[in-house]
Structure formats: C-alpha cells, structure tokens
Design a protein around this ligand. Structure first.
Ligand code: URA
Length: 190
C-alpha cells in the first residue's frame, strides 16, 4: 500500500505540475470486509488528510452505528483523491463536483486500490464512484440498495451520506440499504 501511495503521489505531482494538491488516501485495514468509496474529499478531509471526517463523515458514522457496522472494520476511500475546489463569488474557496477528467484520471488507481484491499464487497456512495466503477449512465436513484456485478466481488450501491443533509426524505431508504448490507455481512459470517 505504501508503494501504491508513493506512485500515486508521483503521478499527481506530474499531472498537476506546480499545483500542489493535498492527497487524501484511503484509510482502514487491508482485507477489510467492506470498502466504502465516496466522491472526493471536502475541506475538513483535506485539512486532516483523512476521508469522511467532516459533516458527511459524521452522518456516515451515525448510520453505520445504527446498522451495527463499525467504522474500524471498513476501508474508506474516494473516487477522486484530492478536494476539487473553485472560487466562490465572494472570493473564497468552496467545494465543487469532480470533473469527468478528474474521475477518469483516478479510476485506474481506485481499481488498483480495490485489488490491494481485497474487500468482500465494494460500497459506492453516490453517483460519482458508482459511475466510475460501472456503467456511466447508471443512476443511484434506480440502483441503490442493490448488489451489482463487479469483478471478483459484488458492488453495493448507496446514496452519498451528504445527500441526506440536502434531502432528508432519503433517510428511510438509506437506513434500509445499510441494514441490507449489514444483514448480508452477518449472513456471510464474521
Ligand atoms: N465526501 C466524500 O465523498 N468523501 C469524503 O471524504 C468526504 C466527503
């Protein structure tokens, strides 16, 4: 994993020459049963250098606990490994969605990361990792809560925890999906 990190760092340095990107790597044990893949780090994540430690992360922790899944059992990463930003009208730095180009650039690295972690199941959070790893046209609203075919292991599609902040009506489906995942893990044994 260290070699992978160094190679990725070098790759990003070369691609974004002169533009110092803070990379936020995945976190968690190799061989974790579940690998969660988010979209891209936000401000907090970029400051701490850890995935899902900001508001969306708090939301995620709360739901994981509700479904009896411990964060320490998971490997957590992102489809894009740095915080995509833009300048706001007021002149501040704010988050933006990752571009297709950024997603395309990181997807081979994400696939390599999955092979290093070797989880039993890959869980995508939101449309960005879902489309990076499967069919580009796939919509999370249609496939959430389902195990999709993926090389060597299933891919379980979930909403992004941040979408619950903006759309609380998704909460019930989100909880249902997580408990389905928890159930699947329990059935397969510890
Ligand atoms: N949202 C993500 O998709 N990833 C993070 O690491 C934080 C927020």
């Amino acid at each position: 994993m260290e070699k992978f990190r160094r190679e990725l760092e070098r790759f990003v340095r070369e691609v974004y020459e002169g533009d110092r990107k803070v990379l936020v790597f995945g976190e968690g044990p190799l061989g974790a049963r579940v690998m969660l893949v988010g979209e891209a780090p936000g401000e907090r994540e970029s400051l701490e250098g850890r995935p899902f430690v900001g508001k969306a992360g708090k939301n995620l922790d709360e739901f994981l606990e509700g479904a009896g899944i411990r964060r320490s059992e998971l490997y957590i990463s992102n489809a894009v490994k740095f915080r995509p930003t833009r300048l706001s009208k007021a002149g501040g730095t704010v988050n933006r969605a990752p571009t297709q180009e950024e997603i395309r650039l990181f997807t081979p690295w994400l696939l390599r990361e999955i092979e290093l972690v070797k989880p039993e199941c890959v869980v995508t959070l939101g449309n960005v990792p879902l489309r990076a790893l499967t069919d580009r046209q796939q919509m999370i609203g249609q496939v959430h809560g389902r195990f999709l075919e993926f090389p060597k292991r299933p891919l379980f599609a979930m909403y992004h925890p941040a979408s619950l902040i903006y759309n609380p009506s998704l909460r019930a489906s989100y909880e249902q999906d997580l408990s389905r995942l928890g159930e699947w893990l329990r059935r397969r044994g510890t």
